[in-house]
Ligand binder design. Sequence first.
Ligand SMILES: *[C@@H]1O[C@H](CO)[C@@H](O)[C@H](O)[C@H]1NC(C)=O
Ligand SMILES: *[C@@H]1O[C@H](CO)[C@@H](O)[C@H](O)[C@H]1NC(C)=O
Ligand SMILES: *[C@@H]1O[C@H](CO)[C@@H](O)[C@H](O)[C@H]1NC(C)=O
Ligand SMILES: *[C@@H]1O[C@H](CO)[C@@H](O)[C@H](O)[C@H]1NC(C)=O
Ligand SMILES: *[C@@H]1O[C@H](CO)[C@@H](O)[C@H](O)[C@H]1NC(C)=O
Ligand SMILES: *[C@@H]1O[C@H](CO)[C@@H](O)[C@H](O)[C@H]1NC(C)=O
Length: 655
Amino acid sequence: MVSFTLHSAIFSALLAVAAITTFTAAAPVAFSNQTSSRLDACGRLGQKNGVDVKYKDVAACYRAIPFDRFAADTTISTVHDLFRDYYVFTDKALAPRLPKPFTSESVDILKQLQTIGLRKYKSDYQFHTDVRYAIDTLRDGHASYDVNCYTNYAFQQHLSLYAPVKKGVQTVRVFTDYKERGYEDCIVDKIDGQPALDHIRQWATKRVTCSHDVNTRLNCALSRQGYYAEDSAFIDEPGEFSVRAYLPDKRYIDYELRCSNKKSSSRPIRLREEWVVFPQSKIQFEDVESYVANVCLSQGGAAPSSAVHGQARPHLRKSAPLIKKRDLLHAYDTVETLVPVQKFDDAEKLVAGNATIFYRLKSQPDVGVMVVHTLDANFDEVDTILEGLTAFHSHNVTKVLVDLQGNGGGILSLSSDLTQMLFPNNNTLDASFEVDMRAPETVQRLSALGFNSPYGANYDARAYHDLQVEGAPQYENNDLFMKPVNITRNGRTNQYSERTVLYSTPLSTETLTAVAAFPWTGRRENIRILTDGRCASACGMTAYFWTKVYGIEAYSIGGTKGEDLSMFSFAGASVSTLSDLQDTYSLLKMESPLKEMAYKNQVRFAWLELYGKNRTVPLEYDAELYRPNHRLDYTQRNARSREVMWRQVAGASWK
Ligand SMILES: *[C@@H]1O[C@H](CO)[C@@H](O)[C@H](O)[C@H]1NC(C)=O
Ligand SMILES: *[C@@H]1O[C@H](CO)[C@@H](O)[C@H](O)[C@H]1NC(C)=O
Ligand SMILES: *[C@@H]1O[C@H](CO)[C@@H](O)[C@H](O)[C@H]1NC(C)=O
Ligand SMILES: *[C@@H]1O[C@H](CO)[C@@H](O)[C@H](O)[C@H]1NC(C)=O
Ligand SMILES: *[C@@H]1O[C@H](CO)[C@@H](O)[C@H](O)[C@H]1NC(C)=O
Ligand SMILES: *[C@@H]1O[C@H](CO)[C@@H](O)[C@H](O)[C@H]1NC(C)=O
């Protein structure tokens, strides 16, 4: 179990937004003295107290939960109206054809929800799964539907997989064998009887939501090296295919392996790997009824995760990490520290902050590598960035490679500051985005109370800047919402706010003076970007500026050999949740038009869309802005070492 313990620890750093109780491996306590035979499916699961839980235990309990028509109707009406009036991409998602590197998928989310509302269900689990799948078709990392009822257990495979290219051929191979049977780098010929790469691509196409680009989704599904902040080290990370926050379709996955390092290399090795189950809460229950009462329902048990963002301003808000709550395992209390830490013989670490790490390549000492693994950090990370760049300069570095792989985003102000550290503003608004929001009557009514209120949150016009006025000062009135414009998208007309701006504060004079001395500042030819497409939200915003406004060349690694791969996964500015919105209504003492849902939930949605410079299509859907200049394939070597990748990009860029 050591490997799993390690494994869970990897994710704990990413759990900032997931306010669910940590499971502690407590000694089993008899909850009831009933005999097993008299227990129902959830009773049998509950009696295990989180110890040795099997797939079938969870499946039986979930499937025993009865469908409640009334609760389902409320759920559908609330989610439907949320996506009709507040979610910003509902009409844009209808687009019948998306250009490369995106994949065409015309989504009518309102119609899908209406259809689910009319369907007859017996299983409550099936109903909630259908709602989740519907929201997932938006492929927006900022939109999701999760209920605690069905995220109470997570699942993991003992094998994690990747898809490197060798001698021009891409094959799925084992990245990590957590059972330590020595299967690393064995070729996976088949998964569940299907050619392995086809199988994972199909799964990623259907089930992964991190991007409109199927190849970025493939990277989200597969393993890679990730930065583990707690140990300040790079370690192996399984992808979404091997770690699930929802009950998988069946108890096991069948693999057919071919291993050149095994004696039996001529014969395929067939493995039937069961899912290992990880409880996600220590909430107790003794039957179906108490499972529903304690785990699922809003009353009783732990409160739904929600935060009051009364004071938040759009550019100060945290954006969601790319890896969603449901993709994470929980840290156990006792975390082994046997994490196989990646050592870089050829890279000297100069400075490390909470979001950034600065290395210098020994074999190419004029190249510095700035790793930006998150933007979810304090404001003073800017000081670390300056310290790192200053260290580069004092070590005679003249070229900077920025590694954005796996960056799930974070605070918008840090994104803008980072952009400006390499390309200082000439004008105040250089690193700012034009944005708009939905402004139908429901939002207008909300904004009328939200204006100039400490509780107005996203609906206080004073949080935005008025582009119609010279110098773009903050709004002094509520025209932003009260004078909406009609926009027709894909045949549907709806009201949006006029365009406003996500304002970014320019860097301080001292910082500007300091960065002016660096030989790469403002010089696109001295900077390169390395990404695996998993650069989300605030990271996507920085990637957009650097590549498309300032012309830095980017290398995208992974995906499918010979196909396009995005530089970033999505760049929508902001994420909110249903409970944030309900909190805003309640703080403004206004009755919400959205009925409370029965189940504890996290329903996330993007409420604001941003535009590239001089663009009419929102950046989220502006596919051509995602395409990189250069493509790299994973190899067995570079996939296991960032250092190898860095040398590869530096070598190709600056001979
Ligand atoms: C065990 O079950 C019996 C019979 O149902 C009941 O009388 C008794 O109180 C129970 N004991 C405990 C500790 O719950
Ligand atoms: C890093 O994060 C820790 C914990 O939030 C904080 O105390 C520390 O000041 C941060 N360091 C930097 C350089 O921002
Ligand atoms: C930087 O270059 C200077 C001048 O060539 C040299 O004296 C110094 O040792 C170099 N510093 C490092 C850290 O390589
Ligand atoms: C500032 O102006 C210079 C000179 O016109 C230009 O090269 C640079 O890209 C501009 N910087 C930004 C951030 O727009
Ligand atoms: C937008 O459409 C609504 C409803 O059709 C209409 O009442 C309103 O006048 C239109 N607004 C503008 C600015 O055209
Ligand atoms: C946007 O348009 C303005 C005015 O035509 C132009 O000066 C600027 O370079 C354009 N910006 C980009 C990024 O295309």
